[in-house]
Design a protein around this ligand. Sequence first.
Ligand code: F0G
Length: 456
Amino acid sequence: MKTIIEPFRIKMVEPIKLTTREQRAQFMQAANYNPFLLRAEDVVIDLLTDSGTSAMSAEAWGAMMRGDESYAGARSWYRFRDTVKDIFGFEQVIPTHQGRAAESILFGVMVNADSIVPNNTHFDTTRANIEFNHGTALDLPCAEASDLESDYPFKGNMDIAALEKLVAAEGPERIPLIMVTVTNNSGGGQPVSMANIREISRIARGAGIPFYIDACRFAENGHFIKRREAEFKDVSSIDIAREMFSYADGCTMSAKKDAFANIGGFLCTNDADLAHRERNILILTEGFPTYGGLAGRDLEAIAVGLREILDEDYLDYRLLSTRYVVEHLRELGIPVVVPAGGHAVYLDARRFLPHIEPLQYPGQSLAVELYLEAGVRGVEIGTVMFGSDPHTGEEKPARLDLVRLAIPRRVYTQSHMDYVVEGINLVWERRKDIRGMRIVKAPQFLRHFTAVFDWI
Ligand code: F0G
């Protein structure tokens, strides 16, 4: 059969409220042209994030009923810990309420004002947690990452030569850890190859620097490895994951992504002393080491989700359904980042709206227009998000102006995606009439969440 189907059927549904263009114009004006400030129920297709928005399985809901809510040493904790150890292979597992809590604990113990932490591309919470500890977060994406139109298969890779140079110059004295983010969210959801991970590990181990993986989308990354790196074509998802993590000394994880959970995360390491210090902070900020800010039922859901995410039919469907949207947009001539990543579709707002200057926020205009046209909510990843220096207030264009349409796992069907493609195309057809935006009011830090906009 050539038709790819969603490899699940629907047992429980949530109605979508359909709205008219007039209603959406009112909702968007009331939200000050910032999609973050819309009410979710006024959104037809919500592609703001794939984080915490997945549909859980009957199996996971069933497991939640069995959650052991004992304060210490609950059955659910052991189930969670053993599942994490089996897949990720690290000796020490520290549960947290979500990914950024794991980052906060890790960088709290490892980073100081002299520290430089390289990554392929830091996600914004990773960067912010390093900077909060007065360290420097350094992005070292591979050269191929900057060509949005090339079909290079591993655009998430780290620039190995640049890493080698940095390590030679600064050494373990200034580099407390090296990180790599799989898939590279801020770089378009692009995968990192096993070959690249091996190289990073070789450099890190050679210099005695711990190597950590930001593992949020590890299963999607593993499946790209399976499909694109010949050596892995017959290797199972779990063995690909095990090999990937075998090269690392620890990881941070948001279970809100590749564990299908609505909340949760963890931090892993093989270093027992480090884990001891991390658990001391955990108790202060998250909770006892056998629940770390989560209910027993959450630990159960994560344990089930981590196994389910490694199902190869699911992973085939996941990567193909994202590619489905990208290919359709490409056929229509709509500028989109290629090749398709795992969890999201990224529209290139600068090429979509070339008549709008970066400082008039083409990504924001496009995100707003998509909502007005079709009720689709995406997020600007560009000059609004990155263009302002929080210390000086100085504005300059970000490297890229993109709109991210992140696809929640197992939530929307192919006809929902056809609707999204049609909506984008209707905006594309009237692109010449679309105006830029200005910021009326914005806070100093992380301004994209709450800024107030208006049309120019
Ligand atoms: N690392 C990466 C690569 C992420 O994408 C995220 C979250 C985090 C860390 C933090 O995890 O949200 O559980 O605290 N990304 C979400 C997104 C928010 O929409 O891309 P968290």
